[in-house]
Design a protein. Structure first.
Length: 239
């Protein structure tokens, strides 16, 4: 295997992740600097460079401005899960539900194929640590809330099931609160918190960071149990 090529690809991926971090922080100037470095390394025609340029334009002008080029790029590259996921997010912004679901399902399919081919197994001890950290979050809640959630199971799954992605669920979500919230009384539906291990694993760079993200994710899902929507949960700093 060509180690120089691997190093080149890793460098591009690192710059792409830095670009994404800058965009998430609203720092377009830094994102553009990372894009220039990517273009020097890989050339402007490289899919990661083109994707980065589209992300910056999206941040400036909205999804409608880039959707055609993004569709073309995803079609040309074909088997890039990140591009199909990005396309799904663009469709979501544009309220194009059926196209969003199709793109998300393709992203999930490609991610799942990569899981099967990957040598990155999830260590059993880490799975135990994830479950223990999640349960510790529930046990550490104020007494009345802890009592209400004391019997809520923590379910560990690799990734979201295609069935819920077909309903519009994010295939790269880190967790799910499944069931009625505390406001919806009298609804005979089970309540559980699901943690998606592969998504958590890929969103973090160390075991400790993963466990910290588990804590944030569980608190995020508890916010939904309290009846908060996504914007209200984010406003509290819970993911």
């Amino acid at each position: 295997m060509d180690t120089a090529r691997l190093s080149f690809d890793d460098d591009l991926i690192d710059f792409s992740e830095l670009l994404e971090d800058a965009l998430e922080g609203g720092d377009l100037e830094t994102a553009e600097a990372r894009l220039r470095e990517m273009a020097l390394l890989g050339g402007e025609a490289h899919p990661l460079v083109r994707s980065g340029a589209l992300r910056i334009r999206w941040a400036r002008e909205g999804a409608r401005a880039i959707i055609g080029e993004l569709e073309e790029l995803a079609h040309q590259v074909g088997d890039d899960a990140d591009l199909h996921y990005l396309l799904g997010c663009a469709y979501e912004e544009l309220d194009r539900f059926h196209e969003m679901v199709a793109a998300f399902l393709e992203s999930l399919r490609l991610d799942t194929l990569a899981d099967a081919e990957s040598l990155r197994e999830l260590p059993p001890m880490l799975l135990d640590a994830v479950e223990a950290r999640a349960r510790a979050v529930l046990d550490g809640l104020p007494s009345e809330l802890a009592r209400r959630l004391s019997r809520v199971p923590i379910i560990l799954e690799e990734r979201p099931h295609p069935a819920i992605v077909r309903e519009g669920f994010d295939p790269r979500a880190l967790g799910l609160f499944d069931g009625p919230n505390m406001i919806e009384t009298g609804i005979p539906q089970p309540t559980r918190i699901v943690l998606y291990l592969r998504n958590l694993y890929e969103a973090t760079s160390s075991d400790e960071e993963l466990l910290e993200e588990v804590e944030i994710t569980v608190l995020h899902e508890i916010g939904h149990y309290l009846g908060l929507d996504e914007e209200e949960v984010h406003a509290l700093g819970l993911g």
